[in-house]
Design a protein around this ligand. Structure first.
Ligand code: F6P
Length: 363
């Protein structure tokens, strides 16, 4: 195997608590364990295209463990395999990935660690197919990446959503209201499910279990009859009624995945107010779930992932993503991970537990 002298790290897609902890652990492992140089590409794949790098050394990564965001910045708009150019007023897409490959060579980079979700790792897989020595790290608050039990950032998002629910509980109880909390997660209901259980939700609405609003209303009314005149409903941004669609809040045209979800909690709140006769309010938690300091669990997981990614590079196990199964670190081929999103199992233990303690899914 060719000797590895220099590794580069790239963070792509939406930011996520724990990115800096991965960068720190990967850099420390590369420098301290293997004596290898490290660089970071600035702004994700955009930096790879432009050849913008920054040196990552012990000094540069000092103090970043508890920091949210990413010190090397990110972009969820750049796909070098479909890069937009405006020509004669028209947007045309070209494959400029060769520029990225050349920039890796120019910078003397032997291997690339890509930290990202499905979109970012799809490009990582495509660069691997072109012969680049790539290793992936599963990043997403949505926790929807296959072959790993958990991606870093998820625990923090669940904690933020749980705290929001605790706060909504007291105001809901004081005003005898129904509070609908919309959480992120895109097409997967993991954040809603786990925050819903941790925060004592009365109903959890997720994309994997299309809901009947009548059933949700019944759950609220049952509570009223039991003397509880307030309710907390957690609504995943991708939740949808049985014969309805997800609510799209905007289209980001220059993004590889242009759909942005949002607004379903307001719809649910309005319908419940009319059906139950209690005042309702909707809260859209949004990017608060992604910002700020990672939980201790995410710091530990990110550190394990960052270290494991460098180990994979040094073992020559390219085209793989680091994974956690049970409490064991391992890896899976990017070819298997990509396009194979992990959804909540409506028949699984977590949903069954929630239902057993009386939480409604509106089904
Ligand atoms: O994938 C992470 C995520 O935060 C999703 O939960 C959400 O749907 C989306 O990104 C929001 O994207 P943006 O940051 O472009 O608004």
């Amino acid at each position: 195997m060719d000797k590895i002298n220099k590794i580069a790290i790239l963070t792509g897609g939406g930011d996520c608590p724990g990115l800096n902890a991965v960068i720190r652990a990967a850099t420390r492992t590369a420098v301290l364990k293997y004596g290898v140089e490290v660089a970071g590409f600035i702004n994700g794949y955009k930096g790879l295209y432009l050849g913008h790098t920054v040196k990552l050394n012990m000094d540069k990564i000092s103090g970043i463990l508890p920091m949210g965001g990413t010190i090397i910045y990110t972009s969820n708009k750049t796909n070098l395999f479909q890069f937009p150019f405006v020509e004669e007023g028209e947007t045309v897409y070209r494959d400029v990935s060769d520029v990225g490959v050349q920039n890796l060579k120019n910078a003397g980079i032997d291997a690339l660690i890509v930290i990202g979700g499905d979109g970012t790792l799809t490009s990582a897989r495509d660069f691997y197919r072109k012969g680049v020595k790539v290793v992936g790290v599963p990043k997403t608050i949505d926790n929807d990446l296959a072959y790993t039990d958990v991606s870093f950032g998820f625990d923090t998002a669940v904690s933020v959503a749980t705290e929001a629910m605790d706060r909504l509980h007291t105001t809901a109880a004081s005003h005898h209201r129904i509070m609908c909390l919309e959480v992120m997660g895109r097409y997967a209901g993991w954040i809603a499910l786990e925050a819903g259980i941790a925060g004592g939700a009365d109903a959890i609405l997720i994309p994997e279990i299309p809901y009947d609003i009548e059933k949700v209303a019944e759950a609220v009314i049952r509570r009223r009859h039991a003397g509880k005149d307030f309710s907390i409903i957690v609504v995943a941004e991708g939740a949808k009624p049985i014969s309805g669609e997800m609510v799209v809040s905007k289209l980001v045209e220059d993004s590889p995945d242009p759909i942005r979800l949002g607004g379903i909690a307001t719809q649910v709140a309005n319908e419940l107010e009319a059906m139950v006769g209690l005042e309702t309010r909707a809260t859209i938690l949004g990017h608060l779930q992604r910002g700020g300091t990672p939980t201790s669990n995410d710091r530990i997981l990110s550190t394990r992932y960052g270290k494991a990614a460098v180990d994979l590079v040094m073992e020559g196990k390219f085209g793989h993503m680091v994974t956690l199964r049970g409490n064991r670190l391992s890896s899976a081929p990017l070819e298997d991970v990509i396009g194979n999103l992990k959804n909540v199992d409506p028949q699984g233990d977590m949903v069954e537990t929630a239902k057993s303690i009386g939480i409604s899914f509106g089904d």
